[in-house]
Design a protein around this ligand. Structure first.
Ligand code: ARG
Length: 264
């Protein structure tokens, strides 16, 4: 097992006061203290697994900044900065960019809308790149130029699964888990070809954001409510760790959304 390095952002200013995905209901109650408790537990799970967790300072007025996966994409010391679709999240981009600049990474300016690891997931040597809702297809060309990895475009078709990381989880270099229904027919065929041994998730797993999971190749941290997926992963020999992210799910996020992998 390789030790991982993650960047996280405490949900100090968490709120659901605008709606940019179908999970968000600005009229429904939310509990920032509970979100902080759930996030703190997730951070502890990573530390207990032996991973390193860095933290970026949360910014008042940016309630979605907790979703660090959207802050950048990082590989081989190169950072592709993000550009959000929605103005509500726009100011997160410079906050994450300057964190990486200060940490000494090579930062590349985004030429198109891309929401970081929300839509860009490395599977072995291939970059899986989602489009359809947030990251635009044109951004994938820049992704391939910056990282020099074959970049495979996958079209998302269900607005509930608006980021790739809500519909697909990379388990290790050879395997992913995904919800077939979240992808266009052509993209489904691509996934079948690339990952003949993939774990196919059920709609019930996806509906609790079960695919928004974080794997180190051996342990998979996923929403505790995703019971089918948990059983399927255990049957494949992965060790699962269930976490309750119910409060963050009100904003459309789970454990992976809260976690940006830093590959120095
Ligand atoms: N409310 C956030 C948004 O809609 C949630 C982001 C979840 N992040 C993710 N990587 N899927 O942008």
């Amino acid at each position: 097992m390789t030790q991982r390095r993650y960047l996280m952002c405490r949900p100090t200013y968490f709120a659901v006061d605008y709606r940019i995905n179908p999970w968000m209901d600005p009229t429904a109650p939310y509990d920032t203290e509970l979100a902080i408790a759930q996030w703190t537990r997730l951070r502890q799970v990573y530390r207990d697994l032996g991973h390193t967790v860095d933290e970026i300072e949360p910014v008042p007025g940016l309630p979605d900044m907790v979703f660090a996966a959207n802050g950048a994409t990082v590989l081989d010391g190169d950072v592709l900065a993000v550009q959000f679709r929605d103005p509500e999240r726009a100011d997160e981009a410079p906050a994450y960019r300057s964190w990486f600049e200060r940490a000494g990474f090579r930062v590349h300016e985004a030429k198109h809308t891309n929401e970081g690891e929300g839509d860009l997931l490395l599977a072995g040597d291939v970059m899986l790149a989602g489009y359809g809702f947030r990251t635009v297809h044109a951004a994938h060309t820049q992704v391939q130029e910056v990282f020099g990895r074959p970049t495979v475009s996958l079209q998302l078709v269900d607005p509930a699964y608006y980021h790739l990381d809500t519909a697909l989880c990379v388990l290790d270099a050879e395997t992913v888990a995904y919800l077939p229904e979240a992808f266009s027919p052509g993209s489904r065929a691509v996934l079948r070809r690339l990952f003949p041994n993939a774990v196919l998730a059920t709609p019930a797993d996806a509906a609790v954001l079960g695919l928004n999971a974080v794997s180190d190749g051996e342990h998979v941290v996923l929403p505790v409510q995703a019971t089918d997926l948990t059983a399927a992963l255990e049957a494949r020999g992965y060790t699962t760790v269930g976490v309750d992210m119910s409060e963050l799910r009100k904003a459309g996020g789970g454990p992976k959304c809260c976690t940006l992998e830093v590959r120095p």
